[in-house]
Design a protein around this ligand. Structure first.
Ligand code: FES
Ligand code: FES
Length: 171
């Protein structure tokens, strides 16, 4: 058992004693009822379970939750799909996913949304040239599996957000 505390979407949780083998996915879904984070392959291969980790240096990254023990996130600040919208107000990226029909069943969507958000935050810190954008988006979303839509519409949605504010995301 480990004494565990975490900040999720700006809200403090714990301290609580957790089994060391409890996955982060089970902690979120079973202990907290936060079922927006999905469980797909359970083997670190699809990233439907990905959440955002906010690093102390101000950067962000995604992490799978299915194969990572919750206690590995002790003391960290993370964001889940439930943390994007403010009340009924969706983020620009969420709206773009809808406008571009980026998903069908939606099982992979939380992972893509978190990855897209991390990309936007990275581009705000380190803009890329327009000529590098397609590769940048493809590389960022690589590893997220979708069995429904064929990925293109996710790429279109992320691209549309970036191109709508080139001064913010492009060099
Ligand atoms: S469910 Fe975690 S990577 Fe597939
Ligand atoms: S929308 Fe169904 S798996 Fe991606």
């Amino acid at each position: 058992m480990t004494r565990f505390s975490i900040t999720i979407n700006g809200e403090a949780h714990g301290p609580v004693d957790l089994r060391d083998d409890l996955s982060m996915n089970d902690y979120l879904r079973e202990h907290l009822g936060m079922t927006g984070t999905k469980f797909g392959c359970g083997a670190g291969q699809c990233l439907s379970c990905a959440i955002i980790v906010d690093e102390p240096d101000g950067t962000s990254r995604t992490s799978p939750t299915c194969i990572v023990p919750a206690v590995n996130f002790d003391g960290m600040a993370i964001r889940t799909v439930e943390g994007h919208a403010k009340g009924d107000e969706l983020t620009t990226l969420q709206k773009a996913f809808i406008e571009h029909f980026a998903f069908q069943c939606g099982y992979c969507t939380a992972g893509f949304l978190n990855e897209g958000q991390v990309l936007l935050e990275r581009l705000e810190r380190s803009p890329v040239a327009r000529a590098e954008l397609e590769t940048t988006i493809a590389e960022a979303l690589d590893g997220h599996l979708c069995r429904c839509t064929g990925y293109i519409k996710y790429h279109e949605a992320v691209r549309s957000v970036i191109l709508a504010e080139p001064q913010r995301y492009l060099a």
